[in-house]
Write a protein that binds this ligand. Structure first.
Ligand SMILES: Nc1ncnc2c1ncn2[C@@H]1O[C@H](COP(=O)(O)OP(=O)(O)OP(=O)(O)O)[C@@H](O)[C@H]1O
Length: 267
C-alpha cells in the first residue's frame, strides 16, 4: 500500500484533528415523477415524453433532513437506522452523486462510494472489470497491473477455479460483491464509503474486509460504513451516526449509539 504522505497524517502540525468531510445542515430531496395518481401507464408516460410535459403530481421525498457532522482523518464511521432512514442517500450526497436541496457538503479529496450495486459490467470478465474499476477510481494501468494479483487474491474469486476469466454474470451475488470490495479496497482512499458491502460474502471474507478497513483507517483516510449488521459496525467503527426518517438522531462512540439503537429497536 502507498506510503503515508504528509497529507495523510491524522493530525495537523499543531496536533489538531484534520477534517475530511463536513456536512452542514444537509437536506436531500428526491423528485419522483408520476408517483402515481391516475393510472401511470406506460402509454401515459410516453405521451408526456413526446409532448415534453412534466408529470402531473410530481412528488417529493425529503430523504435527508438537516444533517450536520464533521468527520476526521483516521475515523471509521458507521451509519445505522431502519430501512429508508436515509443512510444510502446521505452517502451518495457526500460522494457528490446527489445535489443537496439545502445545506452543503465539503470534502477533502475525492470520496469513493463502494456500493454493492457499484457499476461493473456484467458481460465483461472479472479481469476486465478489475481494470475498468481501477481506471474509474483514478488508478493508472501500471498501478492496476501491479496490484492485479493482490486484488484477485483478496477477492478469493479464484479459490474454486479460474472464475476471474469468466464474465461477471456467471458470478453469485456474493462473489460479485467481493470483487467490488476488493477493487475498491486496492486503493488508498481519502474518504471511502462502503454501502452494505460486508453484509455479503461469507464470514471468512467479512473478516478479511474488516481487517482491510482497519488498515485503510490506519493509512489515515476516513471510512464510512452503512450496515444493518451491528456486529460489523462494532468490529469496524469507532463512531456511529444513527439516522431515522432522514434526521440525525444520535452521533457518538459506537458502543453508546448501538446500545441506544438496540434498546429502541429491540435488536
Ligand atoms: N432514487 C430515489 N427516488 C426517490 N426516492 C428515493 C430514491 N432513493 C431513495 N428514496 C427514498 O429516500 C428515503 C431514504 O432512502 P435510503 O435508500 O437513503 O434509505 P436507507 O436508510 O439507505 O435504507 P435501507 O436501509 O433500506 O437501505 C426512502 O424514503 C426512499 O424511499
Amino acid at each position: 500500500m502507498a506510503e503515508r504522505t504528509e497529507q495523510h497524517r491524522e493530525r495537523a502540525a499543531d496536533g489538531a484533528r484534520i477534517p475530511t468531510v463536513i456536512a452542514d445542515d444537509v437536506h436531500i430531496i428526491y423528485k419522483v415523477n408520476g408517483g402515481s395518481r391516475g393510472k401511470g401507464s406506460a402509454t401515459a408516460a410516453l405521451n408526456r415524453m413526446l409532448r415534453r410535459k412534466t408529470a402531473p403530481g410530481m412528488r417529493e421525498v425529503h430523504a435527508v433532513r438537516g444533517v450536520t457532522f464533521v468527520a476526521y482523518r483516521g475515523e471509521s464511521i458507521g451509519l445505522i437506522g431502519s430501512n429508508g432512514s436515509g443512510k444510502s442517500t446521505l452517502l451518495k450526497a457526500v460522494a457528490g452523486l446527489l445535489p443537496t436541496a439545502r445545506g452543503k457538503v465539503y470534502t477533502d479529496g475525492q470520496p469513493s462510494l463502494l456500493g454493492v450495486n457499484a457499476a461493473l459490467m456484467n458481460d465483461l470478465t472479472g479481469e476486465r472489470n478489475v481494470m475498468l474499476g481501477g481506471l474509474a477510481m483514478g488508478m493508472t494501468r501500471e498501478q492496476i497491473r501491479e496490484r492485479y494479483q493482490d486484488i484477485v487474491d483478496f477477492s478469493g474469486i479464484n479459490e474454486k477455479g479460474d472464475f476471474i476469466s469468466l464474465p461477471m454474470r456467471t458470478y453469485s451475488s456474493g462473489m460479485a460483491a467481493r470483487l467490488r470490495f476488493s477493487i475498491a479496497a486496492a486503493k488508498d482512499h481519502d474518504v471511502l464509503m462502503i454501502d452494505e458491502a460486508l453484509a455479503t460474502g461469507d464470514r471468512k471474507f467479512q473478516k478479511r474486509s474488516e481487517a482491510r478497513i482497519r488498515e485503510l483507517r490506519k493509512e489515515a483516510g476516513t471510512v464510512f460504513l452503512v450496515s444493518h449488521n451491528n456486529k460489523s459496525i462494532r468490529d469496524t467503527c469507532d463512531r456511529v451516526l444513527w439516522l431515522e426518517k432522514g434526521e440525525l438522531l444520535m452521533d457518538g462512540p459506537t458502543d453508546e449509539v448501538i446500545k441506544a439503537y438496540e434498546r429502541e429497536t429491540g435488536r
